[in-house]
Design a binder for this molecule. Structure first.
Ligand code: IFM
Length: 444
């Protein structure tokens, strides 16, 4: 039974919570920080629900001690957070000592409490000065990103052993460069394919730059993954599910493993080839220490001639449990994904770097009774354990998220945190799920 599992069943395991800089920090100009694409985009008209922005967000840049003390009290032994590139590198390309000092203090605080930092280099807050040169669609970004990674390795390599290069390339590239609903708000197939290829080149060069500075570092990266199932056994539906899988689950993985872009499953993706130069497919390869999997839901797809390019449509299950964003709760999907990725012989270690549940619950008499979230984690953990027992090398699980935060174009309404944040007063409240996690991890 899902409710009976215990942390010790998972053996020597990483238990963490995750956050990202732009979603929680606020203080957009503190200590010399330069603007990011999200600082700019969130202030454009009609881009973010209710005209919200993350200028203040959780005010975590100033309140980080309080927040990380909660993380420690819950009993996590790992913390995944992202570095803000525009806090660390100034517009003239020079490192910003104040930005470095800020994140060093965070790392020291974590290490003093035996919490292992997992540091993401890029969780979507590209410096605006680089977007002005073309952003990810500009090939020169590869060198800028590798230089940034070298600065990161020098600045933090003595404190941090686990780095994650990119967070969810599929998401920031499709939403930011194809559909225009995330920063930088571009809508162009050409830019999308160019940006996708450059992101993979940059990812591998950054990984090499980290290793060049300190070869013992563990360098991983994170992809978004959605278990996908055909709506029927018909050939057309099965092929639709394969196309979905190619773009959502393997496009940003297989080239890195040396298998090339998955164009056989989705021939339209061949359009990326015009951006591939001699030697590039060798350059995008990197032997990552671990692959991070961020997953929340599943998709069921049916073939549809009416939908251009993709030629599938999603089929919703009206009776399924869903989060407040309409994402189906489907724990079995985590098991299926872990098995799928473990089947690649090139992948040695998997970590669930994000998994969580969004609701809109608010405190009543100081208490947030978020039992939907507790149930979600229990069910997903049971599926993870099942995969682990069948030999999948999955070594950790990070809850998204420690705190309620800015959910990008959706603004602050969906709340993913174990800790409720009152955005008006800044007050933090432990939700019932935070107490559940403490009991699960520490027995207290
Ligand atoms: O909030 C995001 C996060 O930034 C990236 N992964 C998915 C989360 C929930 O949508």
């Amino acid at each position: 039974m899902a409710t009976e599992i215990q942390a010790k069943d998972f053996g020597d395991f990483l238990w963490g919570a995750a956050t990202s800089a732009y979603q929680i920090e606020g203080s957009p100009a503190a200590d010399g920080k330069v603007p990011s694409i999200w600082d700019v985009f969130s202030h454009r008209r009609r881009k973010i629900a209710r005209h919200e922005n993350a200028d203040i967000a959780c005010d975590h840049y100033r309140r980080w001690r309080e927040d990380l003390a909660i993380l420690a009290e819950i009993g996590f032994n790992a913390y995944r957070f992202s570095l803000s590139w525009p806090r660390l590198i100034l517009a003239n390309g020079r490192p910003n000592p104040k930005g470095i000092e800020h994140y060093r203090k965070i790392c020291e605080f974590l290490l003093e409490r035996n919490i292992r930092p997992f540091v993401t280099l890029y969780h979507w807050d590209l410096p605006q000065w680089l977007e002005d040169k073309g952003g990810w669609a500009y090939r020169g970004i590869v060198d800028y990103f590798a230089d940034y990674a070298a600065v990161v390795a020098k600045a933090f390599g003595d404190l941090v052993n686990d780095f994650i290069v990119l967070n969810e390339p599929m998401v920031f590239l499709t939403l930011g460069y194809l559909l225009g609903v995330h920063a930088p708000g571009r809508r162009s197939l050409r830019k999308f394919f160019a940006a996708s290829h450059h992101a993979l080149l940059a990812q591998a060069e950054a990984a090499r730059a980290l290793k060049a500075e300190k070869s013992s570092l563990r360098v991983g990266t994170t992809i978004s993954a959605t278990a996908v199932y055909p709506a029927s056994g018909s050939k057309r539906d099965v092929q639709a599910a394969e196309r979905f899988d190619a773009i959502y689950n393997t496009f940003y993985l297989e080239p890195v493993l040396g298998r090339g872009y998955p164009t056989a499953k989705f021939p339209f993706l061949r359009r990326i080839e015009r951006f591939v130069q001699a030697g590039d497919m060798e350059r995008v390869r990197f032997d990552f220490s671990f692959w991070g999997i961020n997953t929340y839901t599943r998709q069921v797809v049916r073939a549809s001639r009416l939908v251009p390019i993709a030629r599938w449509r999603q089929v919703k299950n009206p009776t399924a449990a869903k989060n407040c964003l309409g994402w189906e709760v489907f724990p079995r999907g985590l098991y299926d994904l872990l098995k799928k990725y473990a089947a690649y012989p090139e992948i040695r270690e998997l970590i669930v770097t994000e998994n969580g549940y969004a609701d809109e619950m608010t405190p009543v008499a100081g208490r947030v009774v978020d039992h939907g979230r507790i149930h979600y984690h229990q069910q997903y953990l049971a599926e993870l354990l099942r995969a682990q027992r069948e030999g999948v090398p999955v070594k950790g699980y990070f809850v998204w998220s420690l705190l309620d935060n800015f959910e990008w174009a959706e603004g602050f309404r969906p709340r993913f945190g174990l800790v409720y944040v009152d955005y008006l007063t800044g007050r933090r409240f432990w939700k019932d799920s935070a107490f559940w996690w403490r009991k699960f991890l520490t027995g207290q």
